[in-house]
Design a protein around this ligand. Structure first.
Ligand SMILES: [Zn+2]
Length: 274
């Protein structure tokens, strides 16, 4: 098997990290152990447990593995397959438990995956054996300028500046955010006055928008557990009244629209204005 080009950089000194048996090491002598699950922690400043807590990671994973979002995962796979070539480097920035990445594994790319939540990266690494999975921060990523050929960012915070820095000119970026009608029928139950989402998409001055489309379809949630898991994945959960959340949690089943804005961007050349 061809070895992947080494492009991960030491978060302490910025030199290239080389993979060894049980760790990554830079020429400056910094080393980072590879956990038994197969990931490496490249966060310099460790807070106790940054990112999602265990409960929300577990409920998200449980929901995704039921397949409700599979059409979205397949659309993302199609875009990655059409826009990246064999051997190119591709980062899942904010990978969570690696559900979307798992749909890409048969594409011949050099995969990287990162999330700030260690428990999520650990799960991602177990599912996505071909990916280099590391705990990291999307606002400060351990890659040199222009070293990535592509990147995806799905339902996760993003940094326009950092993405512009690490993706090479001509490289691809796929972004997914909630569409206008996402979970509208659940909002009708939870809210006094339901509303459509704003749909701003990503604002990326260094990238050109190549295409955008909504992946929108109906799902039938067939257990109160699935309803609760889905609702808890969304920021809505924290802004809904207690009564509103309770009305939803009392349901045994529900139908709702899911709606995803899927955007494909291309990194501009540095001398290109618009
Ligand atoms: Zn170093």
């Amino acid at each position: 098997m061809k070895m992947a080009r080494e492009i991960l950089r030491c978060p302490n000194c910025g030199q290239i990290l080389s993979r060894e048996e049980r760790c990554y090491r830079c020429a400056g002598g910094h080393s980072f152990d590879i956990a038994s699950q197969g990931y490496v922690n490249l966060l310099i400043r460790h807070s106790a447990n940054p990112g999602d807590d265990s409960d929300s990671i577990a409920s998200r994973e449980s929901f995704l593995l039921k397949g409700y979002y599979q059409p979205l995962a397949e659309q993302v796979r199609k875009l990655v397959g059409e826009n990246l070539r064999e051997g190119e480097s591709f980062l899942d920035a904010g990978c969570g438990t690696g559900y979307y990445l798992s749909f890409l594994q048969d594409l011949p790319l050099d995969y990287y995956a990162t999330d700030i939540a260690k428990k999520a990266v650990s799960k991602c690494a177990r599912v996505n054996r071909k990916a280099v999975c590391f705990v990291g921060n999307v606002f400060h990523l351990p890659f040199g300028d222009g070293e990535l050929d592509g990147l995806m960012s799905i339902f996760t915070p993003y940094s326009a500046e950092e993405f512009a820095r690490i993706v090479r000119p001509g490289g691809s970026l796929i972004a997914v955010t909630p569409g206008k009608e996402h979970l509208y029928q659940l909002k009708e139950i939870a809210y006094e006055r339901p509303y459509y989402n704003e749909e701003p998409g990503y604002q990326l001055p260094a990238f050109r928008l190549v295409s955008q489309e909504n992946v929108r379809y109906r799902i039938h949630l067939n257990s109160s557990e699935d309803i609760a898991n889905l609702w808890r994945m969304m920021p809505y959960y924290h802004t809904t009244s207690r009564q509103g959340n309770e009305r939803l949690m009392a349901l045994k089943e529900a139908d709702t629209t899911v709606d995803f804005l899927v955007q494909l961007f291309e990194r501009k050349n540095d001398d290109e204005k618009d």
